[in-house]
Design a protein around this ligand. Structure first.
Ligand code: SAM
Ligand code: SF4
Length: 340
């Protein structure tokens, strides 16, 4: 979308720290066809269907945020593409991009369904996807995701590229698992013109494994990479937690998402909506607003007021810690509920 054609919002949402909230992440389902070890336990209990908003309700909520100045929406989950009929929502939100109400509609996906959906995503107005791959070793991939298979995801990426979608790869840095492989993932991603972003594990929700065993600080990864590559800091900011470098040898961009080693909250421009209509003003805090009750029982004005009230409670930042004394999750909900 040409920014010149973007319509100005009626008003903007400004939080108590003067940050404009222009970015909404929507977890459209808490369900998933994978069971990644850092994200879920193997035997997850998912939300009862009655608690989950219909696609029409999700569209209404997204519309209320667009009216209030949200310019980018990212659909996530759980796995967004396993939600039944999710293309209906994607097409309706894509129409808001085409109408100039929204700058961008994107998805974060595990890639398992991309051979099926890529063409439809492009036709709906999606231009970029984040695909999560933590390793290029098929056996390790099956171990990390428990239920996922690497060839299916790689085929999905090929289909997405063929459909015209720009791909960014997200990889969670895991101690002793993909630690040795990060350089080869950089080579693989940059050779295909995919940006790569590394993520630190965050203490969200109970999982079967010990988080301190998985946690690999990206400060260490960066030091290791500097032995092999020339990293040049880039000034690029997205209002999110990522900081970027250019790898001079490949010419590609590498992102670091470091909620634990660096605090990234001062420029936070986003809020997160769950598939039950809970609005979380911060990924790392428990405070939320229940928009489902208002959506189901009251009118659009009450909904707009509730959103304003919630934005007025957006905290300055989170206080994640992972160490031996703090192995319990900082927040009880899983990443799959709030969306990554
Ligand atoms: N299923 C989709 C996927 O995997 O891309 C979208 C949802 S997933 C929750 C979004 C992102 O969060 C993924 O890149 C995943 O690796 C990451 N993630 C999940 N749990 C995490 C955790 N505890 N710490 C850090 N990243 C996590
Ligand atoms: Fe599913 Fe994504 Fe969580 Fe993996 S990280 S279990 S793919 S929601």
């Amino acid at each position: 979308m040409n920014k010149m054609m973007l319509k100005a919002p009626a008003k903007n949402m400004i939080d108590p720290f003067g940050r404009a909230v222009t970015y909404l992440r929507v977890s459209v389902t808490d369900r998933c066809d994978f069971r990644c070890v850092y994200c879920m336990s193997e035997h997850m209990t998912f939300l009862p269907k009655k608690d989950v908003l219909s696609l029409e309700e999700l569209e209404t909520l997204c519309g209320a945020f667009i009216d209030k100045g949200v310019r980018k929406i990212r659909l996530t989950g759980g796995e967004p593409l396993v939600r039944k009929d999710v293309m209906v929502l994607i097409e309706r939100l894509g129409a808001r991009v085409k109408a100039g109400d929204l700058e961008e509609l994107t998805l974060t996906t595990n890639g398992s369904q991309l051979t099926r959906f890529s063409k439809d995503l492009y036709a709906a107005g999606v231009r970029r996807l984040n695909v999560s791959i933590d390793t290029l070793d098929p056996e390790k991939f099956a171990t990390i995701t428990r239920w996922g298979r690497l060839p299916q995801v790689l085929d999905g990426i090929d289909a997405a590229v063929e459909a015209g979608l720009k791909i960014k790869i997200n990889a969670v840095a895991l101690k002793g698992t993909n630690e040795e492989e990060i350089s080869s993932m950089i080579e693989w991603a940059h050779a295909r013109d995919h940006e790569l972003t590394l993520i630190e594990t965050m203490p969200l929700g109970e999982i079967d494994d010990e988080r301190t065993d998985q946690y690999l600080p990206l400060s260490k990864v960066r030091r290791d990479l500097e032995q092999k590559w020339t990293l040049t800091d880039l000034p690029d900011r997205t209002g999110g937690p990522a900081r970027y470098v250019k790898i001079e040898e490949t010419g590609g961009r590498l992102g670091f998402i470091t909620p634990l080693t660096h605090n990234f909250c001062e420029s936070c421009n986003r809020v997160r909506l769950t598939c039950t209509g809970q609005l979380f003003m911060c990924l790392g805090q428990d405070d939320d607003a229940d928009l489902r009750a208002i959506l189901r029982n009251d009118g659009p004005e009450a909904l707009a007021d509730a959103i304003d009230e919630a934005i007025g409670r957006k905290p300055k930042g989170h206080d994640f810690v992972i160490d031996r004394n703090n192995s319990a999750p900082a927040v009880k909900r899983h990443m799959s509920l709030t969306g990554g």
